[in-house]
Design a protein around this ligand. Structure first.
Ligand code: SAJ
Length: 440
């Protein structure tokens, strides 16, 4: 029986030993899905806080209940280690490590590089490796393939099987999870897709094989570039509508009634998160290397990045119209997480709005029920969330709604505030046109 058929059989009878390299918000849920399907899974992560929490049967990822960790850990289906040498015992490994940007705005491949370097030490005949981390096109072929085959002499598609399968985890989402979200898989060879498809298909409901690793890498980049560009479009629409004296929220609401051929996005103070503002720049970076300028991505990124400055300019004008000076005024920012009802502040535009307000001389405070403290790396300051949000609203000259968490009592805020700048049209829930409120 060929190595390929032996591996496929191991996936079919669940005897294959699975490894997840990088046990964060993608890796842990993926490990759980494989373990629940009956595989023996070993999570490998150098972060001792994660392995310690796991050894104490505590889930450190909001989407994975602690009782799931307890059950799978106690049954022996799921374990964790910080020791990469465990890789030599495994048949199948998913790489789920971060791919952030460097401070220069270029891709930071350090996590993928170190994961692959560890794999090089322990790779063996009869192994399948799937890269899940969002990255620039050709990473799998140019970075992963040579490192795993040149030194080892292993033949891809015969001895070793290498694929890309984009993660589609949306933290906090309950309807679409790792288990039921269709999984795209592209490989270096057709045999690679067949083997990885047998593995993932043993746990995940829908597998979507594509013809190459690049097709899978590009599918993911399209998914998130689509969002970034459309958010940039509505942000620019907000700027145009303000010039025209038209309510952009009404315009989008009206356009949203089109039952086909339209997808609604809403403007805001900028673009936060560890996916949408970042993933498209991996594509534009790669295309620059090929002497092609990805203009849509560059323009959308420019518009989205400028939104905090545009918002602060609008606040200045609105306060001026009320005979107020921003300098020295007390300004309360409500909501700093990058999107509502979560505790993640990565790349949040709120930090830039606060930094710009401080530069204008405002006395800025913030409240966020999920984020007790923020710090601004470049400016070197940190702030604690105010404790009593309604007292802070009453004491402020201006309230700026940056992230519209559901937890806020918008009616009480409207009643108590002197002036509100609403970047999310949150007040539309309470009052259509209040003289106290200016919206984006
Ligand atoms: N945003 C807007 N207007 C919009 C939508 C979003 O300003 O109409 C802003 C948000 O406030 C946030 C940023 O854009 O700051 C990103 O928001 P997002 O809704 O795209 O949320 P993310 O970053 O958590 O995106 C994730 C992505 N999931 C994966 O990459 C696996 C994305 O593909 C999902 O579509 C998205 O979740 C989702 O739908 O929730």
């Amino acid at each position: 029986m060929s190595i390929k058929d032996t591996l496929i059989k191991k996936f079919q009878d669940k005897s294959a030993r699975i490894g997840i390299l990088g046990m964060g918000y993608v890796g842990l849920p993926l490990a759980v899905v494989f373990a629940e399907a009956g595989f023996n899974v070993l999570g490998i992560d150098p972060d001792q806080r994660k392995t310690d929490a796991f050894s104490r049967n505590i889930s450190y990822i909001q989407d994975v209940p602690t009782e799931t960790v307890v059950r799978l850990h106690q049954s022996g289906r799921l374990n964790m280690t910080g020791d990469f040498a465990a890789l030599k015992e495994l048949d199948a490994v998913s790489i789920c490590v971060p791919t952030p940007l460097r401070h220069t705005g270029d891709p930071d491949m350090s996590f993928i590089n170190s994961a692959v370097e560890q794999l090089v030490k322990y790779v063996h005949k009869g192994m399948v490796v799937v890269l899940e981390s969002t990255t620039y096109p050709r990473t799998t072929r140019e970075l992963v393939l040579p490192r795993l085959t040149e030194q080892s002499g292993l033949k891809v598609g015969e001895d070793i099987f290498i694929c890309f399968s984009p993660e589609r985890v949306d933290p906090g989402r309950k309807d679409w999870t790792t288990l039921n979200t269709p999984k795209v898989i592209g490989g270096i060879t057709p045999a690679c897709v067949e083997v990885a498809g047998a593995w993932y298909g043993g746990a995940i409901k829908t597998i979507v094989p594509v013809s190459s690793a690049e097709a899978a890498e590009m599918a993911k980049l399209l998914e998130n570039t689509f969002r970034m560009i459309n958010i940039g479009l509505v942000n620019e629409l907000a700027i145009m509508c303000e010039r025209l004296g038209v309510d952009v929220w009404e315009v989008i609401e009206a356009a949203g009634t089109k039952p086909f051929g339209f997808m609604k996005f809403t403007p805001g103070p900028g673009l936060g998160g560890h996916c949408i503002p970042i993933d498209p720049l991996y594509l534009s970076w790669k295309m620059k290397e090929m002497n092609y300028n990805a203009r849509f991505i560059e323009l959308a990124s420019e518009i989205n990045t400028n939104m905090p400055r545009y918002v602060v300019g609008r606040i200045l004008d609105a306060m001026n119209d009320r005979g107020k000076v921003l300098k020295g005024s007390k300004v309360l920012v409500l909501g700093v997480a990058y999107k509502p009802d979560i505790d993640d502040v990565r790349e949040s535009p709120a930090l830039d709005v606060i930094a710009l307000l401080k530069k204008k001389g405002a006395q800025v405070s913030y409240h966020d029920p999920y984020i007790p403290q923020i710090h601004h790396d470049k400016e070197g300051w940190q702030m604690d969330s105010v404790k009593n949000v309604m007292q802070a609203v009453q004491e402020s000259d201006a309230v700026v709604i940056v992230t519209d968490h559901k937890a806020y009592d918008y009616k009480a805020i409207l009643d108590s505030a002197k002036f509100i700048f609403d970047t999310r049209n949150a007040m539309s829930r309470i009052a259509k046109d209040s003289p106290k409120v200016v919206k984006l």
